[in-house]
Design a protein around this ligand. Structure first.
Ligand code: TRP
Length: 344
């Protein structure tokens, strides 16, 4: 069985969107529209696996939707929607909770990292999170999922769930004259190192919204031009000029991070950036990076602010996206209910 190429990915509406979300996810989603049918979800059901103030959840949901649109997702030919509007996600997640094994779930490193020493007091939802993620993807029989390195294990679990479902229900699937490999074995599209954005104050740590020691280490998508320029100007560096060879960035995490950000924003390789700035000091490089960042991010921020200011338009787009997503989801769910043996 070959599946028509379909991309699915999701971003959690928790906290403020930052440059890491943009370069690691949203910006990569845009060109895939040329080659695949794409479904980009605002995964609000994933967000509430840890406590979200209801008003913050709503604001963040609109913000992610606005970012998708402002970055160039075509909401007519592709789909953006928020997960909770398509109930089939929860329905399939339950079935997958009954397919996935405790042993598999216990091996999820992201859960272990997030739960830490607090594992008795985190939500059951946080533990089941990867099973809901598998449901997101397989509900649409998505063939390709662009994600960061940190989601690789969840994609492997998604394949394991698909395979076990296909096997466990193999006879039934055959009896119903459905294709033997009912669910596809989804391919991850893992982002390269260039899109792994690090903190501006510590090049060894991820740029993040939650554990930012100070606002100076994170460029937010809604930052204005002055804030962006100021954060880049004050970004941590080392005293050496930029190297002439990418290999020499190895033990210079802050320099590597700034070069990577420049490369990602300019759609260039790190080597190409080095060819331009090698041998020059940060006094030359930082203003160029600031200018490039502002030129790429400012129009996005402007459009995001316009969209967030018009909830009516965003509501319409999300509702229309959800309607189209639901149509696909329901077609598949009808078969899945039949496969499982539910009486309807
Ligand atoms: N778990 C993903 C993250 O934290 C978000 C996500 C939820 C997702 N469902 C998905 C990503 C389905 C890709 C496909 O980044």
């Amino acid at each position: 069985m070959t599946f028509p190429p379909r991309v699915f990915s999701g971003i959690k509406p928790s906290g403020d969107l930052h440059l890491g979300n943009y370069l690691g996810a949203i910006r990569r989603f845009v060109p895939l529209q040329k080659t695949h049918h794409c479904i980009y979800c605002v995964v609000d059901m994933h967000a509430i696996t840890v406590w979200q103030e209801p008003e913050d959840l709503r604001r963040a949901t609109y913000e992610v939707a606005a970012a998708y649109i402002a970055a160039g997702i075509d909401t007519k030919n592709h789909i953006i929607f928020n997960q909770s509007q398509v109930l089939q996600h929860a329905e399939l997640a339950w079935i997958f909770n009954c397919v996935a094994r405790m042993g598999w779930m216990n091996r999820m490193t992201q859960f272990k990292d997030k739960a830490g020493k607090n594992s008795e007091n985190v939500s059951l939802g946080l533990f089941a999170y990867p099973s809901l993620m598998a449901a997101d993807i397989l509900l649409y029989k998505a063939t390709h999922v662009p994600v960061g390195e940190d989601q690789k294990q969840h994609l492997e679990l998604t394949r394991d769930i698909a395979q076990k479902f296909n096997n466990d229900y193999g006879k039934r699937i055959k009896d119903l004259h459905l294709d033997a490999g009912y669910f596809p074995l989804t391919e991850p599209m893992i982002a390269g190192a260039a899109t792994r954005v690090r903190s501006l104050r510590d090049g060894t740590r991820k740029m993040s919204k939650s554990d930012a020691a100070s606002d100076m280490e994170t460029i937010y998508l809604l930052d204005d031009a002055d804030a962006i320029a100021n954060k880049i100007k004050r970004a941590k560096t080392d005293p050496e000029p930029l190297p002439e060879d990418v290999k020499d960035l190895e033990n210079r995490p802050e320099a590597d991070n700034l070069i990577s950000i420049y490369a990602a924003l300019a759609d260039k390789t790190k080597q190409e950036v080095i060819a331009e700035f090698g041998g020059k000091g940060f006094g030359v490089f930082k203003p160029a990076l600031a200018e490039l960042s502002v030129s790429v991010l400012s129009p996005i921020a402007t459009e995001m602010r316009r969209l967030v200011g018009d909830k009516g338009e965003l509501d319409r787009i999300l509702r229309d996206g959800a309607d189209r997503a639901r149509a696909i989801a329901e077609t598949n769910m009808r078969e899945i209910r039949e496969i499982v043996g539910y009486v309807r």
